[in-house]
Design a protein around this ligand. Structure first.
Ligand code: ADP
Ligand code: MG
Length: 243
């Protein structure tokens, strides 16, 4: 499998705090990597470094063969290849659902309004909220908003999708509708990095699980072997609390 994202000895500090400690990892094309670990272990920071929402102190990050630059138009271009979905939906509150999904397409991808609208409706259909297109985000449930956020990210035709605890802010009855969309994407071959506490999703969709603790990747395994046979005490301890 050809690597789409390569992290090589990445280090990141917040002041004195060493948040990412010499992280090396690869994500293959079409691979679904689920990142788990206790709160504060560096999972969000890891995601955010992949599209340079956070700078790094040392090491390199390569996306599809191109090193991620620190700034500039090249960074903007590479970043637009990385779709990101956060815990807190982050939809544009003063735009309709449809506008949320067309905006990046017209501004960044330079598509015509008509083309962007067609693509947006196709994606809203696919995530099951096409009938909400004319509404404002606040009129939608959390699960619907998160599905719009996924459609918005997909509209940019990203090479990879990053999900940072996409269901953590949702009421329990809405979690499945978001996870189902994500499983669908995984089955279609989308390259994905997913930070989640939904171990059921990891078992269903992950090709590989990364277990992080204290800024390090402590364990890396296929979901079956990670869940049934974790090898480190920290992973065993973590799993005993979440399973
Ligand atoms: P996780 O997503 O696994 O819960 P994070 O990546 O959010 O972990 O955080 C890792 C560590 O870095 C935590 O100790 C957190 O408090 C700290 N941290 C995260 N973001 C910042 C920031 N912007 N400034 C200072 N410390 C931060
Ligand atoms: Mg986090």
């Amino acid at each position: 499998m050809k690597a789409l994202v390569v992290l090589d000895r990445v280090n990141k500090h917040f002041g004195e705090l060493h948040v990412l400690k010499d992280i090396s990892a690869t994500v293959g094309r079409g691979e679904v990597v689920v990142v788990v670990g206790p709160s504060g272990s560096g999972k969000s920071t890891l995601c955010r470094t992949i599209n340079r929402l956070e700078t790094i102190d040392s090491g390199t990050i390569t996306i599809d063969g191109e090193p991620l630059p620190a700034e500039g138009s090249e960074l903007a271009r590479l970043r637009s290849d990385v779709g990101m979905v956060f815990q807190s939906f982050n939809l544009f509150a003063h735009k309709t659902v449809l506008q949320n999904v067309t905006l990046g397409q017209t501004v960044v991808r330079r598509r015509s309004t008509r083309e962007a609208t067609e693509r947006a409706m196709e994606l809203l259909e696919r995530v099951g909220v096409a009938d909400q297109a004319a509404k404002m985000p606040v009129q939608l449930s959390g699960g619907q908003q998160q599905r719009v956020a996924i459609a918005r990210a997909l509209a940019m035709d990203p090479k990879i999708m990053l999900f940072d605890e996409p269901t953590s802010a949702l009421d329990p009855e809405m979690i499945a509708e978001v996870l189902d969309v994500m499983v669908g994407l995984a089955e279609e071959g989308m390259t994905m990095v997913v930070v989640t506490h939904e171990m059921g999703f990891a078992r269903r969709a992950a090709d590989r699980v990364l277990f992080m603790a204290d800024g390090e990747i402590v364990e890396e395994a296929a979901p079956d072997s990670f869940f049934t046979n974790p090898t480190t005490p920290r992973a065993k301890d973590f799993l005993s609390k979440v399973l």
